[in-house]
Write a protein that binds this ligand. Structure first.
Ligand SMILES: [Zn+2]
Length: 79
C-alpha cells in the first residue's frame, strides 16, 4: 500500500480516503469533478468513463479554463 496519492494527473495530494474503481482521489479533485458533472444523472459506466477522463486529463482541463494570451497559449502547448 502506498501513500494513497491522488490519481488525478498533476495532483500530488496524499492520504486520500476516497477510492473509486481502484483510483484514489483527493477531496479537492472530487469536488471539482462534482462541479463538472453537476446534478446530471448518467449511467454508471458513463460516469466511470468521465471520471477516468477527468483523472487523466486533469492538467489539460485546468489549462482549458485558463484565460491566456497568445504567447502563453503557445507556451502551454510545449509543456
Ligand atoms: Zn487530487
Amino acid at each position: 500500500m502506498g501513500a494513497m496519492v491522488c490519481d488525478r494527473a498533476g495532483c500530488t495530494r496524499t492520504l486520500c480516503d476516497t477510492i473509486i474503481e481502484n483510483q484514489y482521489i483527493c477531496n479537492d479533485c472530487q469536488q471539482e469533478f462534482m462541479d463538472l458533472i453537476g446534478d446530471e444523472k448518467i449511467p454508471y459506466e458513463e460516469m466511470v468513463e468521465q471520471f477516468m477522463q477527468f483523472l487523466s486529463q486533469g492538467k489539460l482541463a485546468e489549462a482549458r479554463h485558463k484565460i491566456v494570451g497568445v504567447k502563453e497559449f503557445f507556451g502551454l502547448g510545449t509543456r
